[in-house]
Design a protein around this ligand. Structure first.
Ligand code: HEC
Length: 105
């Protein structure tokens, strides 16, 4: 009986920790979308493929995660640096959202 309760507790524990991780990730993507709609839509458009002001198409972009956050933090060309305007958490949320915009291969 004790064994049964022990394993049950572990299984519930594992389930809860996985569920909350998924929750955190989807919250982050949701926040990323809100920030994107405020700061990024004017050049990249609602879907990421507008290419206004020479903006790169985010749907076909293949640059790695590190470069996405570098581009947002430090800017390039007509895209300005957002490191003073946004927190690291906001930039991380944007990175997660920008990746979800990519065309599924
Ligand atoms: C004033 C227009 C403008 C705004 C606003 C803007 N961008 Fe950009 N973005 C650009 C331009 C132009 C490039 C291409 C830079 C280059 O490589 O020369 C670019 C490139 C990028 C890239 C790199 C894509 C690749 O494949 O190289 C990412 C990622 C990106 N932008 C995300 C964002 C995010 C997220 C925001 C909002 C915080 C944002 N941009 C706001 C104009 C803009």
């Amino acid at each position: 009986m004790m064994h049964y309760l022990f394993f049950l507790t572990i299984i519930i524990g594992i389930y809860c920790s996985c569920a909350s991780k998924t929750q955190t990730k989807s919250n982050e993507i949701h926040n990323g979308k809100l920030i994107y709609n405020t700061y990024c839509i004017s050049c990249h458009g609602i879907l990421g493929d507008a290419e206004i002001n020479g903006a790169k198409n985010l749907i076909i972009s293949t640059i790695p995660t590190m470069e996405i956050s570098d581009r947002i933090a430090n800017g390039k060309g007509t895209m300005k640096a957002y490191s003073k305007l946004l927190t690291e958490e906001q930039i991380a949320a944007l990175v997660e959202y920008v990746i979800t915009m990519r065309k599924k291969q």
